[in-house]
Ligand binder design. Structure first.
Ligand code: ARG
Length: 467
């Protein structure tokens, strides 16, 4: 037995069967108060609802419930003003608050934990917290969508190269590219909405794991805390962390989308591309190279997903193989989710700022759109439409024309009609009309296509939807 074992008194909250307190290192590994204090508001709300329910059901007196309510409100303001002293010895936010309550109001405070366990208490606190983060994420994503829609409306007809394999593919419009992210972000929003719906059941009242013999009213506490209904199985209620995993999963996919645009910004803002100018607010200089304007915010956004995905993998790993019901392993859920949520909110806010501030370099975009044989597909389509060639044959002829232009060091519209006719005699002067970038983008009027008409429609639809 180490010295500290005997030195400390047994825990006042549950030490009835303990002769001594924990080893100092046990306290260090066991205590979660350093991080789970973030759940204070949810813990107090859960306790207030529980106490009110106990009184309504005649399990405690209304005087006790009143004292508990007032005590909890005092604790809330103590915590918010910084006056509250958190103690490692009291392990977590639940015991810290309950202990303070009992110090303040005596006997009544000790009755609060009737028909409850920390197992259902932490489950309800954490759900409330994660639910709030879903709401926050939905709001932040919406703000970012608005920033992309504004860019799309401004540049519905600005041409730029569209890429596959990061090779010039076909000309597209700036607005079209911006709206691609709006679609992704809208699905991200939907994932948070779905997750929120599924998690919005109240585990309070599951008690330790088996429910309780007290005549509690779980519908009442569920409603008080804004849940749709109580959870239906007490064992599941205290052992489920799917809600946190779903949050992390939605967060990972959203961060992945941010990371892809961040990567595009890094490429686009380089001296080689010069597609966009990032504002001074989102870039840094170099201490040695005066010409530099580094896209640090975009780079960090690109990297931040590592933390969020890491949190998801960490929590999946914590939960896998755990037998029902609660195990202390599950205390490891919080730091991961807290960090992932903070990271996501910061990343969304930074991206919204960057997108709002960035300036497309229209001239460079237009020039780039016209290079790299970007209208080769239009040429092939023209051969199909005008000469009634099968597409594969048209593709082959176009390939030969591209090779000819490439070896002459020119672009497709720079070839002469005679050169074109040497590859296929049926080609006429009219072909030149489809070789222009403007014609190319205007022609792509299929639903969801890049033509400015379609893009303006989509941008207007999003503008109306997002307000
Ligand atoms: N701090 C604990 C956690 O976050 C609260 C639940 C403790 N339950 C228990 N049976 N020890 O998981």
């Amino acid at each position: 037995m180490s010295k500290s074992d005997t030195a400390k008194p047994a825990n006042s909250m549950w030490g009835g069967r303990f002769a001594s307190g924990p080893d100092a290192i046990m306290t260090a590994i066991n205590a979660s108060i350093s991080f789970d204090q973030r759940l204070y508001a949810q813990d107090i709300a859960g306790s207030a609802a529980h106490a009110a329910m106990l009184a309504r059901q005649g399990i405690i007196t209304s005087n006790d419930a009143q004292a508990i309510r007032e005590g909890l409100l005092t604790i809330l303001s103590e915590i918010e003003s910084g006056a509250f002293e958190f103690s490692d010895a009291l392990e977590d936010i639940h015991l810290n608050i309950e202990n303070r309550l009992t110090d303040m109001i005596g006997e009544a405070g000790k009755r609060l934990h009737t028909a409850r366990s920390r197992n259902d208490q932490v489950a309800v606190d954490f759900r409330l917290w994660v639910r709030g983060q879903c709401d926050g994420a939905i709001e932040e994503i919406t703000a970012l969508m608005r920033a992309f829609v504004d860019q799309a409306q401004a540049g519905a007809d600005w041409v730029m190269p569209g890429f596959t394999h990061l090779q010039t593919a076909q000309p597209v419009t700036w607005g079209h590219h911006m709206l691609a992210y709006v679609e992704m972000l809208n699905r991200d929003r939907g994932r948070f909405e779905d997750a929120r719906l599924r998690m919005n059941e109240c585990p309070l009242g599951a008690a330790a794991l088996a429910g309780t013999g007290f005549p509690i009213d779980r519908d009442y506490t569920a409603k008080e805390l804004g849940f749709d209904r109580p959870t239906a199985n007490s064992l599941d209620s205290v052992s489920d962390r799917d809600f946190a995993l779903e949050f992390l999963s939605a967060a990972s996919i959203c961060a992945l989308h941010l990371s892809r645009f961040a990567e595009e910004l890094v490429i686009w803002s380089s001296a080689q591309f010069r597609f966009v100018r990032l504002s001074d607010r989102w870039t840094t200089g170099s201490s040695i190279m005066p010409q530099k304007k580094n896209p640090d915010a975009a780079e960090l956004l690109r990297a931040k997903i590592g933390r969020i995905m890491g949190a998801q993998v960490a929590l999946l790993t914590v939960m896998k193989g755990l037998p029902l019901t609660y195990s202390k392993d599950m205390q490891e859920d919080k730091e991961q989710v807290f960090d992932a949520a903070d990271t996501l909110m910061l990343a969304l806010a930074a991206m919204t700022g960057m997108v709002g501030d960035m300036t497309a370099n229209r001239a460079v975009l237009a020039q780039a759109a016209a290079s790299g044989f970007s209208t080769a597909t239009d040429l092939a389509d023209w051969l199909v439409r005008t000469l009634n060639l099968p597409f594969r044959e048209a593709h082959h002829i176009t390939g030969a024309l591209v090779a000819m232009a490439d070896s002459a060091g020119v672009d497709l519209p720079d070839l002469s009609l005679a050169q074109m006719q040497s590859v296929h005699g049926g080609i006429t002067q009219a072909v030149f009309s489809v070789l222009g970038v403007e014609n190319s983008i205007r022609s792509r009027q299929s639903y969801g296509g890049t033509s400015p008409i379609r893009v303006a429609e989509q941008a207007a639809r999003w503008k109306a939807a997002l307000g």
